[in-house]
Design a protein around this ligand. Structure first.
Ligand SMILES: NCCCC[C@H](NC(=O)[C@@H](N)CCCCN)C(=O)O
Length: 539
């Protein structure tokens, strides 16, 4: 008797990768918005009067509500109760709302409005937070920075909710299949989002020769509309999957507060969560200042542009080359034939060299830093696949931390020595940024797929939410601290391209050292308790 096997959407590789693409594209857009003002820190100082402290306070505000109002924990509960598809659409809608508020705050419409007057006179401190010593604003913070921070707080709630939802979505569609590869691919696209942001945010701000910082943010708002559309399409795919499998994800395994106990009593979970906060605090906050750090440590002489069209076309050509690097490198991960794999890798590497050369010719800090996420795009899926088939996640966490320390120390002590060397400085900058990019592949590709090994599947949404919450404390604190340390260690410096970044960089390297120590402890605990972190995902 022939038995008919019922196939679901999940069983079709094309369908499950389409589902992933929809979620990953939404994250791609959100990662662009997340750093939309990072490469134009100097312009924010010149055109909106944001000093480093105001800039850092605004950047850290993204995760303020997640940390201090525990929004992330609610997000985890919403995800566990309402399921992936509902939470995906909700999070995109929340991100879009926050993005619109932030856009308005930096437009000329806000300047001189009664809202600006109100923000200038109020909210210097918010009593309830002030008592805790964590006020999101301070006396004298520009009104535009305060209102932008409010929008960014709303955006941050949606962004983190989307992050845990996408992780859960990947587990739902890929468990027992290429899960780490899928997570790695999603992160690779997110990294491409950061590179896109680094190139296009200054491009839009300077478009046509007249500076408008709000134009960059408007570009981000359009992308957030696209993200919302992606999640709506995903909604219908996910619904179809549930109707095929007969699973009503909203009703199965409802979340119980007691589940949190299971998570919090796992020592492996705590070690991974602490490692996560230390490592990411040395990366994401750095990303917000990196372009400015390069502007300050390199002597860049921008070539005079003949016309607006000439400079725009160079930017676009450079971005297309970047896409070739990413696409060829990414596709090489999926090639079974060795020769094809090598050809794609060669195309990717040659394009990367061309990209770097163009960055040198253009003497632009943003396009130099944009290579940071590129190596992550190329190698995160390879590493994800390595974790799937060979394991070694704990060892990769250790190696990632070592590279992180080396890079921040190079930026702090070696790069400034080459300030007067036009070529030497840029070569060291590129090399260090690429190594940092590979560290940023090693850690996420091994850290996130390890979480399902540490907690029960039914509390996985809450586990990701809790890790993100702990991580968010660092993502709030460190942009703010970098800004403050920068202002304190550069008294009287008014030119935004003349800061000395040594002190903030030492602070970030110290985070790497702490992460490294935790990595060793994690490896020892894994060995002793048999957590399986060094084991492959696919057996
Ligand atoms: N599937 C794992 C997703 C985690 C990716 C990770 N993102 C985060 O940790 C976010 N909480 C940070 C977002 C930054 C502030 N909104 C990553 O490696 O990007």
């Amino acid at each position: 008797m022939t038995q008919e096997i019922q196939k679901t959407l999940r069983d079709s590789a094309a369908m499950r990768w389409t589902a992933l693409l929809l979620l990953a594209l939404a994250m791609f857009c959100s990662y662009i918005f997340m750093d939309i003002l990072s490469p134009i820190k100097d312009l924010m100082q010149e055109y909106r009067g944001w000093d480093s402290t105001a800039f850092g306070t605004m950047q850290g505000s993204e995760v303020f509500l997640n940390v201090f109002v525990f929004f992330l924990i609610f997000a985890g509960i919403i995800l566990d109760k309402m399921g992936v598809r509902f939470t995906a659409v909700l999070s995109a809608a929340v991100m879009l709302t926050g993005a619109i508020v932030k856009w308005y705050a930096v437009t000329d419409y806000f300047t001189g409005s009664s809202l600006e007057v109100w923000f200038n006179n109020n909210l210097n401190y918010i009593p309830v937070f002030d008592e805790l010593g964590v006020s999101p604003f301070y006396e004298g913070m520009p009104a535009s920075a305060k209102f932008a921070a409010c929008g960014f707080m709303i955006f941050g709630c949606g962004c983190e909710m989307a992050g845990i939802t996408v992780s859960r979505g990947i587990v739902k569609w890929f468990k027992g299949r290429e899960m780490a590869l899928a997570m790695g691919s999603e992160m690779a696209l997110a990294r491409l989002g950061v590179a896109t942001c680094m190139i296009f945010s200054p491009f839009f701000a300077k478009l046509g020769g007249n500076i408008s910082v709000s134009r960059s943010v408007a570009f981000g708002v359009v992308l957030m509309c696209i993200a919302l559309i992606m999640t709506i399409v995903y909604f219908f795919m996910d619904k179809k999957l549930d109707s095929q499998t007969g699973e009503a994800e909203e009703k199965d395994d409802p979340f119980k507060i007691s589940d949190l106990g299971q998570i919090l009593t796992s020592s492996g979970f705590w070690l991974v969560a602490l490692l996560c906060v230390l490592y990411y605090s040395a990366i994401f906050p750095f990303q917000k200042y990196a372009v400015n750090m390069l502007q300050c440590n390199l002597t860049l002489v921008e070539p005079s542009q003949d016309s607006f069209w000439a400079s725009s076309s160079v930017t676009i050509v450079q971005y297309v080359i970047m896409l070739v690097v990413a696409a060829a490198g990414f596709a090489s991960n999926f090639q079974k034939v060795k020769r094809n794999q090598l050809i794609l890798l060669a195309i990717s590497i040659i394009s990367l060299i061309t990209y770097c050369y163009m960055g040198y010719m253009r003497q632009s800090a943003e396009s130099i830093f944009a290579v940071f996420p590129l190596l992550a795009v190329l190698i995160t899926p390879i590493l994800g696949s390595y974790v799937d088939h060979k394991g070694k996640a704990a060892s990769m966490l250790i190696l990632g931390s070592v590279l992180l320390i080396a890079c921040h120390l190079t930026f702090a002590f070696i790069l400034p020595l080459f300030k007067d060397s036009a070529v030497g400085g840029i070569i060291i900058a590129y090399a260090t940024i690429l190594v940092l990019g590979s560290s940023f592949s090693l850690v996420p590709a091994s850290l996130w797929p390890s979480v399902p090994k540490l907690v029960d599947a039914k509390v996985i949404g809450s586990a990701y939410a809790l890790i993100f919450w702990i991580q968010n404390i660092g993502l709030w604190l460190f942009p703010l601290l970098i800004g403050k340390v920068l202002d304190k260690s550069n008294p009287g410096v008014t030119d935004p391209t003349k800061f000395d970044y040594t002190a903030p960089l030492i602070m970030l390297a110290s985070l790497g050292i702490a992460a490294l120590l935790l990595g060793f402890v994690l490896k020892a605990v894994d060995k002793k308790k048999g957590l399986g972190l060094e084991e492959p995902n696919i057996k």
